[in-house]
Each structure stands twice: as structure tokens, then as C-alpha cells.
Ligand binder design. Structure first.
Ligand SMILES: Cc1cc2nc3c(=O)[nH]c(=O)nc-3n(C[C@H](O)[C@H](O)[C@H](O)COP(=O)(O)OP(=O)(O)OC[C@H]3O[C@@H](n4cnc5c(N)ncnc54)[C@H](O)[C@@H]3O)c2cc1C
Length: 379
């Protein structure tokens, strides 16, 4: 699999997919036919998760070509991502608890065997290799992988979520953490996702048979309750002469940013992260940032987190493109506290509007999709 690194190429991939392959999505999206055969899904996630292209652009493009009913499933999957993001925004402690949990879990021998792909489960070992080679896994495979990790290998879900974040090009705090919690049976309490031999067999086109899986596990129990906290984001008005954005919000062209004196794009190094990323993932991120910076008419300086800390010893007020709950936001909060900064967040109107519907389950969120589509003229 070959993931591209510029917005222009990402737009081409999106248009090509929507034009030619989207019609088979609903019927065939659940099949993992292997890394060489991915026409049944879009493989847009590395671009969407860095916001080289946005969820809203993809939705608009799909609906400009097909009636809603024909691409409903695809649109709903895109809105899963928006829903998860909003869900975590409203309950940020789920992210910080995940990070705290990780600090208290030792790397066991069984864990080392799993991440080397040396278990006695063939499909799992193949997926570990595939993940490390392609930095991507099919959605159904991510579900089977997480289920086998938690219920057959009996490893902590947090270490699996960490492993995915380290290796995936599309690694995302909300989609990843909440999907792992969902498989474990914590997100929807008491409902775990169970990977079954027949299901893997069917949806891999008989590539794997006679797997010895735990097909009768109990859900993981976690008694922590998370109350909704209000999202406090300002009015998108410029307040500083300095603008900062991170690598997960790269389509900065859509924001009105040409009046800033200085613009910085931050990519955190592993020393500045709570979850370290694999070398390939960091290199991928560097490449897409460099392309975006080069292809912009604006003068943008590409810096690591420590340079921002240095800057903020003198400058105290920054406009920041809202980085969402996750690694970048946690870093920013640490610096704000240390150096007493005033941050004015710039957020997309679409995000702000959608996140209000993440207060309950996805079923409720989904019922608001028509309202969202018409509010932002996406259909
Ligand atoms: C355990 C687990 C971990 C995951 N971790 C991540 C992650 O770190 N980052 C990430 O972007 N997705 C994650 N997902 C969701 C999903 O697997 C990927 O978004 C999807 O496989 C990407 O492939 P695609 O672009 O071909 O998706 P398509 O099926 O073509 O869907 C189009 C777009 O919709 C969004 N999307 C599709 N399915 C989902 C979903 N179930 N949840 C959220 N968004 C979705 C993605 O942005 C995707 O690019 C995870 C799922 C599981 C079960």
C-alpha cells in the first residue's frame, strides 16, 4: 500500500475513489481482501486524520455525485469519526485516564510476543506484520485484532491501543481509544465485540481457518464514569499576531490565516509525547507537513515542541488551530500551565456544531446527520 503525502494528491485519490469505486462500498466494505486489494474501501483515513482533507469535503464530494441513499453507509462511517471526536471532546478525562493507565502497566512477556507477531494465531501474526509494513489495517481486521488481543491473548486493551497509535498512519486519539474501549465492552457497557472463526473466515475470503479463539468471553469491567464537561472554545476571532497549528490540522488553507505575522506548525518529537510513535509514522508526518508548508504562499515555520516552549518564554498570547483532545492538546496544556499562556482557539464551525450531538450514543448522533448536511450545504 502506498500512502501519498500532499493535499493535492489526497484530493486526487479521494476524487478517483468516489468516481470509480464508492458504489461497491456498502456491499463489500466488510471484506479484508489483503493489502493489495483495497478497492472496496477508501483508504482515506491517513489524509482525513491529518486533515489534509476534511470529513466534510469528502462528504460533500460523495453527495455531489450520488444520492444520499446510495452512499449512506459511507457517510455514516465518516460521521463515526466526527462522533468519536465529539464524544472525547465532551469527556476529555477518558484520554488522560488512558495515558495514566499506560504508566501503570508493565510490558509482559506475552505482550512482547504479541507485538512481534509470534503468537500461535496465524491471522494475528500476519496482521502485526501487515500493520508494521503498511501502517494501516482494514476496519474489520482492527476489530478482530483488538478482540483477539483482549479476549484470547488476554492483554490489556490500553497496550493494544498504544501499539496501534505507534504504528498507524491514521492514529487518532478519539477513533482509536474509543474503538478499543468499544471492542472491550467498556464504551457500550457490557457489550463486547467478539471475533469469531466463521466471521474471520468469511470476510477474509477463506484465508484463515480453524483459529483457536476465545469465542465466549465476558466484557471487560471498568467502573469509571465520565460526566460530560462543556467544550470551551472561543469565537474564532483573531486575537494574536502569532498562529500555531499541529500536524493533525493541516488543511490550514480553509482557515483565514493570512494576516498573521508569524505562523508555526508543531510536530512533537517522541521525547515530547506520552505515546511514542514509530519511526515510519514520524517520517510520514514530517513529509506531509513539509509538503503543506512548501505548497503554501504563506511563510510557515516547522518546529518541534521544545522550540514552542522556548518561544513562549517571551510571547504569551497565541492563536491556535484547535488540536482536539489527544497528544497535541495535552502538550499544549502542559506549556500553558508552565508558562502562563493565553490561548485563543480557532475551530471549524462544522466541528463545533457536530460535537454538540456527541452527548449520547451514535444512534442519536446519526439522526442529526441530515440536519448537519443541510446546515453546511453538504448535500
Ligand atoms: C480498534 C480500532 C482502532 C481504530 N483506530 C483508528 C485510528 O486510530 N484512526 C482512525 O482514523 N480510525 C481508526 N479506526 C476506525 C477505522 O478502522 C478506520 O478509520 C478505517 O479502517 C480507515 O480505513 P478507510 O479510510 O478505508 O475507511 P472507509 O471505510 O473508507 O471510511 C471512510 C472514512 O470514514 C472514517 N471511518 C470509517 N470507519 C470508521 C470507524 N469505525 N470509526 C471512526 N472513523 C471511521 C475514516 O476517517 C475513514 O477514512 C479504528 C477502528 C478500530 C476497530
Amino acid at each position: 500500500m502506498n500512502f501519498i503525502t500532499s493535499r493535492k494528491e489526497a484530493l486526487d485519490v479521494m476524487e478517483n475513489y468516489i468516481e470509480n469505486d464508492l458504489p461497491i462500498y456498502t456491499a463489500q466494505r466488510n471484506f479484508d481482501l489483503g493489502p493489495q486489494n483495497r478497492k472496496n474501501i477508501s483508504c482515506l483515513s491517513p489524509y482525513i486524520s491529518h486533515r489534509l482533507i476534511s470529513e466534510y469535503e469528502v462528504t460533500k464530494k460523495a453527495l455531489s455525485k450520488y444520492p444520499y441513499q446510495k452512499v449512506e453507509k459511507f457517510i455514516q462511517e465518516i460521521f463515526w469519526r466526527i462522533y468519536w471526536k465529539g464524544w472525547l471532546e465532551l469527556r476529555p478525562k477518558v484520554w488522560t485516564d488512558f495515558i495514566e493507565d499506560l504508566k501503570n502497566i508493565e510490558n509482559s512477556n506475552e505482550y512482547e510476543i504479541a507485538i512481534k507477531g509470534e503468537t500461535n494465531i496465524d491471522c494475528f501474526n500476519d496482521w502485526v506484520k501487515e500493520l508494521k509494513e503498511n501502517n494501516y489495517l482494514h476496519n474489520h481486521t482492527r476489530m478482530w485484532f483488538a478482540s483477539i488481543w483482549i479476549f484470547t491473548l488476554k492483554l490489556p486493551w490500553q497496550k493494544g491501543a498504544e501499539f496501534f497509535l505507534r504504528e498507524l498512519y491514521d492514529g487518532d486519539a478519539a477513533s482509536n481509544t474509543l474503538s478499543w474501549r468499544w471492542v472491550a465492552g467498556i464504551q457500550t457497557k457490557g457489550k463486547n465485540y467478539i471475533a469469531q472463526n466463521w466471521n474471520i473466515n468469511k470476510f477474509t475470503n477463506n484465508r484463515y481457518k480453524d483459529l483457536k479463539l476465545n469465542e465466549n468471553p465476558q466484557p471487560i469491567i471498568d467502573h469509571r464514569e465520565y460526566k460530560i464537561s462543556p467544550i470551551s472554545i472561543d469565537n474564532n476571532e483573531k486575537k494574536s499576531d502569532i498562529l500555531v497549528f499541529f500536524e493533525n490540522e493541516l488543511a490550514f488553507q480553509i482557515l483565514n490565516i493570512d494576516s498573521y505575522k508569524k505562523i508555526y506548525c508543531i510536530l512533537l518529537t517522541n521525547e515530547e509525547r506520552q505515546v511514542e510513535l514509530g519511526d515510519k509514522v514520524l517520517i510520514y508526518k514530517k513529509k506531509i507537513i513539509k509538503n503543506q508548508v512548501q505548497n503554501s504562499d504563506l511563510e510557515i515555520e516547522f518546529i518541534a515542541g521544545n522550540k514552542f516552549i522556548e518561544l513562549s518564554n517571551n510571547e504569551k498570547s497565541f492563536d491556535v488551530v484547535y488540536p482536539s483532545i489527544g497528544e497535541n492538546m495535552s502538550f499544549l496544556k502542559r506549556v500553558v500551565k508552565k508558562n502562563n499562556l493565553i490561548i485563543n482557539y480557532l475551530t471549524r464551525d462544522e466541528d463545533k456544531y457536530c460535537w454538540q450531538f456527541s452527548n449520547k450514543g451514535y444512534f442519536n448522533f446519526k439522526s442529526n446527520i441530515p440536519k448537519i448536511l443541510s446546515q453546511f450545504k453538504l448535500n
